[in-house]
Ligand binder design. Structure first.
Ligand code: ADP
Length: 737
């Protein structure tokens, strides 16, 4: 009618292949200091029982299976418990069975209720008990220093529960644990400060701690008790004992405790922010049973302790966040006021290096590197930014052991084992960086962590035998980046993105305004120049009339004054021509065509040659055709050729050459006065004239030439030196795709 089934799903031995997946929650056994019954939720019939249940209930365990649980245990009590389980995860009741004081602890596991029966050993004086607890809680609450708090908690728990050794064990980011506080019997050797590898408390065991809170092993040496199931129970659904108080212990863990010569333990999970912060681990060197109510108190105390840790941590973090956001707002202000990211982050009261607990910080912007504090060299920084680009798919990166990610970084691990990088351009080329130095640490392991488990001949895993202190020097690691440091850096990155966007918008709107103002100015200068023509024509016309009609009656002074009026009017007329040509270019739309460059050059030369009879002009035979707005290009050629003729006119044999370079640039060269090469860019500005008063001109010709070239997406440049002649080059359509 029945069969014994420690679930088939639970491996009989744990080997290399299944160690980390050892399903301890379905172990199918309990410890022998209590009894277990499970019933179906629907009809309350007993589905399973621990093989020792008969000892408590006076019946063979097989006889219990299939019976209604209300027939076996006092119906009213069980009825109440089941009723309460609708709203609670765990329900407990004290009852007397056969003169034994028993506590029933009940919970639901999938489609079954689990009832566990434990001895209720101590008759409690409720008042004294509460008083003692209150004292302990208020004592824990008065201590603000974390390490003192841990020490006090260990002391109080030891006093309260009477274990030989009580340890507060704290996990690091890799789930290695360190004993940060310890209280023990005097004859025992101290384990304070020892570190335990993550494998000592594997993942699934940690998950169970989170669920259960407090757990005891009353006697490591005692036999475990199998749970037997009614035939109706499916083998595929073994009883899930995750929340069971009595669940038996993994054989590996028993072996581990045996190797430590420990006989009984209590472990309480310290949970902060839903994460396992650490454990309160109590060891006893003989069997020790702590009843359910003491365990509940321990759970309560652990919660108080965890809340204190969390509060302490939150206070510290809040302080850091406050300082951090103050520094961040100062930095942003500095950037804003100076319109310069690197300058704002490096040159004032607060620098990038103040944002985190880094020892150095750097900015890599537009391929130039600025460093603050202790940093790798600029070349190394450029190289490491490139490396980080390929290490991350996002725009952020941080590590406390950079040389593990980037081999070359081992050369400067003393300066930059901790690296945090925030990219501030879309292409991940510009970056903000923070560095932390290597902190060489001596870690005292409880036994060699490399040998945390050893493989037996039969491939079974066995926990290490030796817990002798084993020291290891850890290199290449910096103090890890704290959450508030990372979020401060991310915040700054976000702020800088916003600034860049805002500046871009500002520049765009300024640019639009400038374009509009420029257009207005052009049409204004065009109309003013145009309107000046009529009065100028009047001045020139009347001066000519006076000159022709009254020449003879004028004295010498009047004659020369008249000449000055006429020549000034002529100059002004030329200036107006130039201004009109220049501003007219801005409004003119282009009429593209293919035309002969040579013909255009000759046309221009013919316009000018009478003014410069001494000059010789040489044109390269093969001048390629041009494609562009012919009338504009005539203006370009006219200005370049006229300048060449003008500024060589004082030479004995003025020579102007027009041709094309091997790279396809047109050029106009002369053997004239030349100019200082320092001015080779500025001369293309409006009204720029170099000091050569013996040559007339308006200073607009080259500005017109540049404008024509710009309108054809080209470039224009000059080469010259004083007294050695000049060559002007231009190329069209360069910027076009
Ligand atoms: P300008 O009417 O004065 O010639 P441009 O704009 O054409 O005005 O030229 C600007 C200045 O560049 C000139 O004043 C002159 O000093 C210098 N320049 C231009 N072309 C030549 C050249 N071929 N040789 C020497 N100087 C030149």
């Amino acid at each position: 009618m029945t069969h014994i089934s420690p679930s088939k799903l639970y491996p009989t031995s744990v080997d290399l292949n299944n160690c980390d997946k050892e399903p301890i929650h379905i172990i199918g056994k309990i410890q022998n200091h209590g009894y277990l019954l499970a019933s179906s939720i629907t009809d309350k019939t007993i589905t399973r029982c621990s093989q020792n249940a008969g000892l408590l209930l006076g019946k063979d365990p097989e006889q219990l299976l299939g019976k209604s649980i209300t027939q076996i245990i006092d119906g009213t009590t069980i009825g109440d418990v089941i009723h309460e389980l609708r709203n609670k995860t765990v329900v407990y009741r004290d009852i007397t069975i056969d003169d034994q004081e028993i506590t029933i602890i009940a919970h639901q596991s999938n489609s079954e209720y689990i009832f566990e029966f434990e001895r209720n050993t101590i008759a409690l004086n409720a008042f004294e008990y509460q008083l003692r607890l209150t004292e302990i809680v208020s004592e824990i609450n008065t201590i603000s220093n974390l390490s003192k708090m841990c020490d006090r908690a260990a002391f109080l728990i030891k006093e309260y529960l009477g274990y030989d050794r009580v340890m507060i064990y704290r996990f690091d980011a890799d789930w290695n644990g360190k004993i940060v506080a310890e209280r023990k019997e005097d004859h025992l050797e101290s384990w304070l400060g020892l570190q335990y590898p993550a494998t000592d408390i594997p993942k699934q065991a940690r998950a169970l701690f989170l669920k259960q809170g407090v757990r005891i092993i009353a006697d490591v040496a005692s036999d475990t008790v199998p749970i037997i199931s009614a035939k109706t129970c499916s083998n595929d659904h073994p009883l899930d004992l995750s929340r069971s108080e009595l669940r038996a212990v993994s054989p590996i863990h028993i072996e581990y405790l045996n190797n430590m010569e420990v006989n009984a333990t209590l472990t309480a999970a310290i949970v902060c922010d839903n994460m396992l912060w650490g454990l309160i681990a109590c060891h006893h060197y003989s069997p020790r049973y702590i009843n359910y109510y003491q365990r509940l108190s321990c759970k309560f105390l652990t919660q108080v302790f965890a809340t204190r840790i969390q509060l302490d941590d939150t206070d510290h973090t809040l302080d850091q966040i406050k300082t951090n956001s103050l520094v961040r707002s100062k930095l942003i202000d500095q950037i804003d006021r100076n319109n310069d990211i690197s300058f704002g982050l490096s040159s004032f009261e607060y620098t990038l290096n103040d944002l985190t607990d880094s020892s150095g910080a750097a900015m890599c912007i537009d391929n130039s590197v600025i460093t603050i504090g202790i940093c790798p060299s600029k070349e190394q920084i450029i190289e490491l930014v490139q490396a980080i680009k390929s290490l991350t798919s996002t725009n952020q990166y941080h590590t406390n052991s950079f040389s593990q990610d980037f081999e070359a970084a081992k050369h400067y691990k003393d300066i930059a084992s901790g690296v945090m990088c925030m990219f501030i351009s879309n292409s991940n080329d510009d970056a903000l960086l923070w560095f932390k130095p290597e902190v060489i640490q001596t870690v005292d392991w409880a036994g060699n962590p490399e040998k945390a488990v050893s493989v037996q001949n039969d491939l079974r895993l066995s926990p290490r035998k030796s817990f002798e202190k084993w020291s290891e020097e850890q290199t290449g690691k910096a103090v890890p980046w704290k959450d508030y440091e990372i979020s401060g850096a991310v915040g700054l990155q976000k702020n800088i993105f916003e600034i860049i966007l805002r500046k871009y918008e500002e520049v765009r709107s300024l640019n639009d305004k400038l374009k509009k103002a420029y257009e207005d100015l052009e049409s204004f200068s065009y109309s003013v120049s145009h309107d000046l023509r009529a009065p100028l024509r009047g001045i020139d016309g009347f001066a000519q009339i006076i000159k022709e009609e009254y020449q003879d009656s004028l004295d010498e002074f009047c004659k020369s004054s008249l000449e000055t009026i006429i020549s000034s009017a002529q100059k002004m007329n030329n200036l107006i021509d130039d201004i009109l040509a220049y501003s007219g270019l801005g409004q003119q739309s282009l009429q593209f065509e293919d035309f002969s460059t040579k013909d255009a050059v000759i046309e221009v030369y013919n316009m000018l040659k009478n003014q410069y009879p001494k000059a010789t002009m040489e044109i390269t035979k093969e001048l390629p055709h041009m494609y562009g707005d012919r009338s504009m290009i005539l203006l370009l050629l006219k200005n370049l050729i006229e300048n060449a003729l003008k500024y060589s006119s004082k030479e004995n044999k003025p020579l102007v050459k027009i041709g094309v370079t091997e790279k396809g640039a047109f050029f106009v060269s002369d053997n004239g006065i030349g100019f200082d090469a320092r001015h080779q860019e500025s001369i293309f500005g409006v009204f720029v004239r170099l000091s050569n008063s013996e040559f007339s001109g308006s200073g607009i010709g080259l500005a017109i030439a540049k404008r024509v070239v710009d309108k054809h997406q080209g470039s224009i440049w000059a080469e010259s030196s004083m007294g050695k002649g000049s060559t002007f080059y231009f190329k069209l359509h360069e910027g076009e795709i």
